[in-house]
Ligand binder design. Structure first.
Ligand code: KG4
Ligand code: ZN
Length: 347
């Protein structure tokens, strides 16, 4: 039995959680900064870093108090050490270092993307390696072969925008506010996707990569045309995005089976966009076609949270990182992945 304190601060959620090796989320708290960033229509790094600095210490104290525990009861302190907005990452990581040093417990520096990648195993004990993971968040859109803890092979990535970013930009174009993904999903429910023709970038292309910039531009043109209902645009955008996601994920599944002969145990989705019901049901249908189990974390574990960071700490329990471990603004899960042709700086 082990229990890990996890801290997350890479974007606009300050979060702390206690998770044990029996997969129990013993306590968790999340302080969202949506209200602070809303006037700017997106996350402002300086405001985020300041808010994390104000909140992280009381949040950790409250999480421990909720569980009736002190630092003496935990086996390790895990914190997101990147990638993300560097000011926020530094705040969470420095706090974790201080707590680890004061309590003489190991520090475990967690890659935020690994937190997302392993989060489905927190909710589903039956999920075994290797699995094919679609990781879709505000900053990332990747297809990964998850072979084990710390063993990730990137099969595909976006050459421009992340999927969550495309949802957020569509929300902005439609004046739906921030954060955009859930608002687009809600509006799409009342629209008719067939009324607005939109492109499906990279559909059918050989490598399982993604592109959403052209789709976003087409959404902007559809809005500017002034002849479509916003709900129809939202529905058409979501459908086009899902068609791309399904096609690209199918390509990765087929290539994995044919080229590499590695049989995956499941099709898994994680990250903020995994909270989208239409995305989930599209992927569930795809998994069914290939007789694969489909695994998606509960909604609260999809968007940023500290339980996934604590769980990654449980998966890595026994390891420790030096107290001078530096926060990393960029930290690819697969350092050997080749750069993608056509990709900009975000690759
Ligand atoms: O994983 P996450 O919380 O933060 C990052 O690591 O980026 O993902 C946030 C992203 C945002 O772009 C947000 O709009 C999107 O996930 N998102 C959604 C939904 N809920 C969150 N996108 C579509 N539908 C949703 N229901
Ligand atoms: Zn995230």
């Amino acid at each position: 039995m082990g229990i890990v304190l996890g801290i997350e601060s890479s974007c606009d959620e300050t979060a702390a959680a206690l998770v044990d090796s029996e997969r129990r989320i013993v306590a968790q708290r999340i302080a969202s900064q949506d209200d602070a960033h809303r006037p700017y229509g997106g996350v402002v790094p300086e405001i985020a870093a300041r808010a994390h600095a104000e909140r992280v210490t009381p949040l950790v104290a409250a999480t421990l108090a909720d569980a009736g525990m002190t630092l003496a009861d935990v086996d390790a302190v895990a914190a997101t050490a990147g990638p993300g907005l560097i000011g926020g990452v530094m705040v969470g990581l420095v706090s974790a270092k201080a707590l680890a040093m004061a309590s003489d417990k190991p520090l475990i520096a967690i890659n935020h993307l690994e937190g997302h990648a392993l989060s489905p195993r927190l909710a589903d004990p039956s999920l075994q390696f290797p699995y094919l993971l679609l990781l879709v968040s505000g900053g990332h859109c990747q297809l990964l072969l998850v072979e084990g803890v710390g063993r990730y092979r990137r099969l595909g990535t976006t050459i421009d925008d992340a999927l969550g970013e495309a949802f957020d930009k569509t929300a902005k174009i439609l004046g739906l506010g921030f954060p955009g993904g859930p608002a687009v999903e809600r509006l799409a429910l009342t629209g008719d996707a067939r009324k607005v023709p939109l492109p499906r970038p990279l559909l059918g292309s050989a490598e399982p990569h993604f592109s959403f910039a052209g789709l976003k531009s087409a959404v902007l043109r559809a809005k500017d045309a002034g002849i479509h209902a916003d709900a129809d645009i939202a529905a058409a955008f979501q459908q086009a995005a899902i068609d791309c996601v399904i096609d690209r994920t199918r390509k990765a599944l087929l290539r994995q089976a044919q080229d590499e002969r590695i049989a995956v145990t499941a099709l898994v989705v994680a990250g903020g966009v995994a909270a989208n019901q239409a995305v989930r049901s599209g992927l569930e249908g795809l998994a069914g076609e290939y007789a694969l189990p489909f695994v998606a974390p509960p909604l609260a574990l999809c968007t940023d949270n500290a339980a996934m960071i604590a769980w990654a700490g449980i998966e890595r329990l026994g390891q420790s990182d030096p107290l001078d471990f530096a926060a990393r603004p960029r930290w690819p899960l697969d350092p050997d992945a080749a750069p993608v042709r056509g990709a900009g700086v975000k690759a």
